[in-house]
Design a protein around this ligand. Structure first.
Ligand SMILES: *Cc1c(COP(=O)(O)O)cnc(C)c1O
Length: 483
């Protein structure tokens, strides 16, 4: 209720009561004011009721909810089902305009506001996570693989010579990574990884040789991956970014769930330092894997452009550098669903700075705990050994030794299904030697293990944001029973 109406209420109800309640209303408005002016995560997360009020206020700003609206267009944000209406808080217009996904929608000031504020909150949350090298972000209602495909397409079309069609890709055995290249209509060039002890890591020399062999002008980018299952470790993105700078080819980083890991975030910050002759063009992360929302969104970020502005000031003729995020926004055909953005917006308001920090800290602590638990299990079961992959700070691997005979082998492959049938999800058992698999037209040996001829079968688990000690304890108990 606005001030004018509150004044009128004073003629109906004891004015001092109204005075009191208008103070409460002011407190609400004050928090909104802080959000609108500072555009940062609230220190302390908002409670659910408060968020609902705010969303209801915002929904009133969209034309489908105007009290006196008469819609005569083909897209008027009409919602048939009451359940759907409630699920979306009455926001029905999505985001963007036909020519640009970041543009404000005239019919939907409220939805546009959510989109704009959400970008600010995402930027702030990423700085809480330690990512301070990036200049801007775009949240899209498509999951990671599809968002990478759109990024690759846009980058190829606008930022590379017309001859460029190769994407140099250190192998990671997750189908969507490879399919993103195929969907973009580009040619993947697989770089097999190398083995160092237990660790599967990037073959930098092979990347460099491949760039030279293909010719930099024919290469779209190196497409690296930070977050992955052990015993693979994050790609050596700092060195890759140096190669990309040296040969003037693009560098796109798949950071699917890397935002929650300070070691990865630090490596990204380092890779974005163009004054140290390193190059990154875009970094893509999943919303669900980093922020605990339903699957369906991804965030594209690009490095800050400070250095280049410097240069522009020094030499006026410096060519105008393209803004990839801007190009991607414009390349997106049509409007898009706004709910993944709304989910993220609600979640960030609800977590607040403290809540998000706590989740990050907890995850870090639980990783040590999880590792210790698996290490002590290896002492109890001589056929198990914790793989030594300290550079992977999210996923852990437990080698499962095959003694002799088929029966033992059978039992290894069954560990995964037994875990699953005992309601343990997310653990993966890789049994080696694995089978061949064809993905996007390419054949891989031992698909799932990121390398040919790894020395043992193993089980992987991830210590990801939101995991609880109880998850770990229950899993360990069930695993012990199965072993
Ligand atoms: C999850 C994941 C993807 C695919 O993500 P979608 O959101 O399902 O498209 C791609 N790469 C990596 C490394 C992932 O972890």
């Amino acid at each position: 209720m606005n001030q004018k109406n509150l004044e009128i209420c004073k003629s109906l109800i004891n004015p001092s009561y109204i005075e009191q309640s208008s103070q409460a209303i002011n407190q609400y408005n004050h928090l909104i004011n802080v959000l609108l002016t500072q555009r940062r995560l609230p220190d302390k997360g908002w409670d659910d009721q408060f968020i609902r009020w705010f969303l209801n206020d915002i929904a009133k700003m969209d034309s489908n909810n105007y009290v006196e609206n008469a819609g005569v267009g083909e897209r008027e944000g009409r919602i048939h089902s009451r359940i759907v209406q409630e699920r979306h808080f009455g926001l029905a217009h999505g985001i963007g305009r036909s020519g640009d996904i970041s543009e404000q929608q005239p019919k939907a000031a409220g939805s546009s506001l959510v989109q704009r504020l959400c970008s600010y909150l995402v930027m702030d949350s990423m700085s809480v996570a330690g990512l301070n090298s990036i200049g801007e972000c775009l949240v899209l209602p498509m999951a990671t693989g599809m968002t990478i495909a759109l990024t690759l397409m846009t980058f190829t079309k606008h930022c590379r010579p017309p001859t460029a069609k190769y994407v140099i890709w250190p192998r990671i055995d997750q189908k969507s990574c490879l399919k993103a290249i195929a969907t973009a209509g580009l040619v993947p060039v697989v770089i097999e990884n190398v083995l160092q002890g237990d660790v599967i890591t990037t073959d930098l020399e092979a990347i460099e040789n491949k760039i030279i062999e293909l010719g930099p002008e024919n290469v779209v980018c190196v497409y690296s991956t930070t977050s992955c299952f052990a015993p693979r470790v994050p790609d050596r993105i700092i060195e890759i970014s140096e190669l990309c700078y040296k040969y003037n080819v693009g560098h796109i980083i798949n950071n699917a769930y890397g935002l929650q890991c300070s070691k990865i975030v630090h490596a990204i910050n380092e890779s974005c330092q163009s004054d140290k002759q390193r190059r990154v063009d875009a970094i893509i992360q999943s919303t669900d894997k980093n922020y605990m929302v339903p699957v369906g969104g991804a965030i594209i970020t690009s490095p800050k452009k400070e250095k280049q502005q410097h240069k522009q000031k020094e030499k006026g003729e410096e060519e105008q550098q393209v803004n990839l995020i801007d190009l991607i926004s414009k390349n997106y055909p049509g409007r898009a669903n706004g709910s993944p953005i709304l989910d993220l917006f609600i979640t960030l308001l609800s977590m607040g700075r403290q809540g998000y920090k706590e989740l990050l800290d907890e995850r870090k602590q639980l990783l040590t705990y999880f590792r210790d638990q698996l290490a002590s299990l290896s002492l109890q079961f001589p056929n198990c050994r914790l793989l030594d992959t300290p550079d992977n700070r999210i996923s852990l691997g437990l080698a499962l030794a095959v003694a002799s005979g088929d029966q033992q082998k059978l039992s290894i492959s069954m560990i995964g299904s037994k875990l699953f049938s005992r309601s343990c999800s997310g653990a993966r058992v890789i049994e080696l030697p694995g089978s061949k698999k064809s993905v996007a037209g390419l054949d891989f040996e031992s698909y799932g293990s990121h390398i040919n001829n790894y020395h043992s079968s193993y089980l992987t688990v991830a210590c990801a944001i939101g995991i609880t000690k109880d998850d770990i304890d229950t899993f360990m108990k069930r695993l012990k029973k199965i072993l």
